[in-house]
Design a protein. Structure first.
Length: 299
């Protein structure tokens, strides 16, 4: 069941599914269309409305959405992105899907790695007391410093291979209380997984995680069908931590070069502020009760 949700097993393409999902989320008012009287049976835009806005025939657009046409030109892709009011990251994702749909030879599978280089682990340790951690392409938690692990209150009771940020956010009972903007955290996790599904939809690691979350989380199932791919690489988040209270931290997410999809996420607060004092306490509290995996397993 999970495989059908994000692969091509239903006879369509990721390109077609993305177009349909975004089409039904755009209202006529948002694109300047006047809606006549009567009940609209289609949520969002109709196919013919989007085709007209993009300057292509309804037949051609219908074939695109149904996966019968898999070689749209760059100008058609750009016209659809403008008609759908896609943001830059969504526009780039649409281009990627179009390139992938046009391929006749399957790409070799990417083998994800859980190995984190020793230098990256040293970097995590040097960032203390600022919380920091490394995640893999499906949000597996691979390495961390004490504060980085401590931000996910309660995750330390899970086995190492079960520790995944998306799994924690959707399934751990503490997550809803820990994250002030829990819904925003949900959307961010789904967006990263959706982006991966667009480029490597049959990846076994992705299929396993998505299948589990579809079965166990109604929130995940609802958001998965929206095909959102926008994530935040920086900003601020507020936590309500059971050990150190409420704290608001800046964060930055960075690609770790030379790895297959690893990202380093680091949080920070201005020294001398209550938020900084809280991360110092968090670092100390976790250090007293847990080993420091940032340095334990050099690779």
């Amino acid at each position: 069941m999970a495989r059908q949700q994000h692969s091509g097993d239903d006879g369509g393409t990721e390109l077609g599914r993305f177009l349909r999902a975004r089409r039904v989320q755009v209202t006529p008012d948002e694109v300047g269309l006047t809606v006549g009287p009567g009940l609209r049976r289609t949520p969002g835009l109709r196919r013919e409305e989007l085709a007209t806005l993009a300057g292509i025939s309804i037949d051609y657009y219908t074939r695109l959405e149904r996966g019968k046409e898999t070689r749209p030109s760059a100008s058609v892709v750009d016209a659809l992105a403008r008609a759908l009011h896609l943001e830059q990251v969504e526009h780039e994702h649409l281009r990627t899907l179009a390139v992938r749909a046009a391929r006749t030879v399957p790409e070799p599978p990417v083998v994800p790695s859980r190995s984190v280089r020793h230098g990256v682990r040293l970097l995590l340790e040097s960032l203390r007391p600022n919380p920091a951690y490394v995640v893999g392409r499906t949000n597996d938690l691979l390495a961390w410093n004490p504060g980085g692990l401590g931000l996910f209150a309660g995750i330390e009771s899970w086995p190492l291979k079960q520790r995944n940020v998306a799994r924690y956010v959707f399934l751990h009972p503490a997550a809803r209380e820990v994250f002030d903007d829990w819904e925003g955290q949900l959307r961010g996790c789904v967006a990263r997984l959706r982006a991966l599904a667009g480029t490597d939809p049959d990846a076994p690691d992705l299929a396993r995680l998505v299948g589990e979350l579809l079965l166990k989380s109604p929130e995940f199932a609802r958001l998965w069908e929206r095909y959102e791919v926008r994530g935040r690489a920086y900003g601020r988040k507020t936590f309500h931590h059971p050990a150190v209270g409420s704290l608001t931290l800046g964060f930055q997410s960075m690609q770790v070069e030379g790895t297959a999809g690893h990202r380093l996420n680091a949080y920070h607060a201005e020294p001398g502020t209550p938020d900084y004092d809280a991360i110092v306490l968090l670092d100390m509290a976790v250090s007293e009760h847990a080993p420091k995996p940032a340095l334990e397993q050099p690779h």
